[in-house]
Ligand binder design. Structure first.
Ligand code: ZN
Ligand code: FE
Length: 263
């Protein structure tokens, strides 16, 4: 099964393709040798990656309760028993948690400190994991490459607040989102923001990457700020295209999200 690797001084980050368009991630802390799995869509490709690298699992972090983020867990735990981390508010519909997390909590993977952020919107209780020392964030179906998750449970106001929290991370934060949806997200972004040079350049890069079978996830927050319409509700050109120059950022976000649902 395909995977892609990104290595920094202190970490190895592996992106693993699962199911039809999901991603799971392995974060390896070099100093300690500890490894976290972020989301478990499907066991087989994750097990194959661990076996190929000779790694075992130290921790499993779950972002939210949807089946395509947790279904591989029982099979993985039978071979790699590891503590499972997830949102306390979602404990009733997540697999059994070892560690229940709340917004603002932090914990460590070896030398790596991890912050927990509530990013409700796609679901109520969706959390993101931010590791400043990488820097990387595991955002699953909240902030996505050129997109954001559909609002199954939360309001546009909630998702806008969640995205605003993520928008506060450093520019170079590696955004590890849950699906390969970028090509269709790009078409939507272009429909709102056709004169955005950074967006036009990114769309060309994405077409080339997909033609070669490469992943478009993870991405980098600076590029999301420049091209992701869901982070650009304060952009004058985008607002002008929507006829919403005077609206609040949250109302502009809500209008963009509603248009995406119809796109
Ligand atoms: Zn989901
Ligand atoms: Fe998903």
């Amino acid at each position: 099964m395909p995977s892609e690797t990104l290595e920094t001084e202190q970490h190895i980050l592996v992106t693993i393709a699962c199911l039809s368009d999901n991603y799971a991630f392995l974060l390896h802390d070099k100093a300690s040798g500890e490894v976290a799995l972020i989301d478990a869509p499907e066991a087989a490709p994750i097990k194959a990656e661990l076996a190929a690298r000779g790694w075992t699992l130290s921790q499993i972090w779950l972002t939210h309760h949807h089946y395509d983020h947790i279904d591989g867990l029982p099979d993985l735990l039978s071979e790699y028993p590891a503590p499972v981390y997830g949102a306390a508010t979602d404990a009733h519909r997540l697999p059994d948690l070892t560690v229940s997390l709340n917004d603002g909590d932090s914990f460590t993977l070896g030398q790596t400190t991890v912050n927990v952020i509530d990013v409700s919107g796609h679901t109520i209780g969706h959390i993101a994991f931010f590791a400043a020392s990488v820097p990387a964030a595991f955002t699953a179906d909240s902030l996505m490459a050129m997109g954001c998750g559909r609002l199954f449970e939360g309001t546009p106001q909630q998702m806008h607040e969640s995205l605003s929290k993520m928008d506060a991370w450093p520019n170079d934060t590696i955004i590890c989102s849950g699906h390969e949806y970028t090509s269709s997200n790009a078409k939507f972004a272009l429909s709102l923001d056709p004169d955005n040079g950074a967006l036009l350049a990114r769309v060309a890069d994405i077409s080339a990457a997909r033609a070669e079978g490469r992943f478009t996830v993870p991405s980098v927050l600076e590029l999301e700020r420049a091209t992701n319409p869901f982070l650009r509700s304060n952009d004058p050109a985008l607002r002008a295209n929507l006829g919403m120059l005077e609206a609040s950022d949250a109302d502009v976000f809500a209008a963009i999200r509603a248009r995406k649902d119809q796109f």
